[in-house]
Design a protein around this ligand. Sequence first.
Ligand code: NDP
Ligand code: MG
Length: 380
Amino acid sequence: MKKIGILGSTGSIGTQTLEVVRDNDDIQVAGLAAGSNIELLEKQIREFKPEMVSVMDEAGAKDLAVRIRDTTTRVSMGMDGMLELAALADMEMLVTAVVGMIGIRPTMEAIRAGKDIALANKETLVTAGHLIMPLAREMGVSIFPVDSEHSAIFQCLRKEGIRMCTRILLTASGGPFRGYDRERLAKVTLEDTLKHPNWVMGQKITVDSATLVNKGLEVMEACWLFGVGLDQVEVVVQPQSVIHSMVEFEDGAVMAQLGTPDMKLPIQYALCYPQRRFLPGRRLDFTTLGSLSFGAPDMDTFQGLPLALEAARTGGSMPTVFNAANECAVRKFLQKEIRFLDIYDMIRSAMERHQVQEAPSLDEILAAEADTDQWLESRW
Ligand code: NDP
Ligand code: MG
């Protein structure tokens, strides 16, 4: 029996992780953490009977404790609650499916406690990869990618390993606005932005996919996960999202992982590695698939990607500022306080004013985040 914990159990990845658990008798839920969706968390507690749960929102935690008085599940709250869950005694793996860099501290806590990580929460690795990867090596824990592209790369590398790999070809759908110019992009609405052509996901990553910030975060995530340099990762637009990513080897051979868009595959692969198991769902039908197309990303119009690459090249605390500015901008865009192109302006202006710190500590990362957020809040 494998016991797991899930940070962000009420979200898109969290609920799909629980679907995978439901279909695999040998996986058990030790703990769950959510932000504020008490209704859903109560249902999850009644079905999966975790030892403990944590709720970020204090009022929500108190409400939940009353609602589940008849169960044996313990309720904690806030960051302390997430940290407690991260280190739960007989839990083997933590699925980090919370959104944003709030995931850094619990992820590090889990690694320190010797838990393997199934990592969906890319913002954590982008901002604190230089702390997390060495810590994972030191503690002997594995970090299994859940992000579909990184899972694809991981699957393709399984036999040869990264040493024989010359290029990582990270695929991108291009999002709902692929082919738009800047003039058209200036007019898009929140509703247009939330219609991703191939995937149903949480709101923040859906906006990130439209701006191509998501692809920029994923390039940095790939560098940390696989220990490669920026110049070894190339973004390839593959609008149908059938090829989830590819790797090229020394001899020029390219391996790809293909499949219908279903996050349960990378989730189950991370949970059950090294096993491959049956997964219900639609299969690719090559006789009706038609053609697959490829292209280069439009770096002039979709500045999320070049800004991310600049942050990655600068390094130090700059990826934190890139990410924190984006988190702030997306929050404002979701509240309809700013327009689509303002997201790029906010990120760029935050990066321009920032004095880079080399190899920032955890406290320095969190301080850079708070500083960026406060500065942007006061200006926009
Ligand atoms: P969702 O918005 O659907 O879910 C986010 C989860 O985090 C919810 O459970 C939410 O709780 C919880 N949460 C939000 N804020 C806080 C907080 N301050 N403290 C504690 N918990 C909080 O996001 P997704 O599932 O889409 O994405 C999660 C992560 O996975 C992101 O980093 C994303 O980039 C990554 N990812 C997602 C993919 C997808 O297909 N969705 C694909 C690849 C990566 P509540 O709702 O109860 O408030
Ligand atoms: Mg992805």
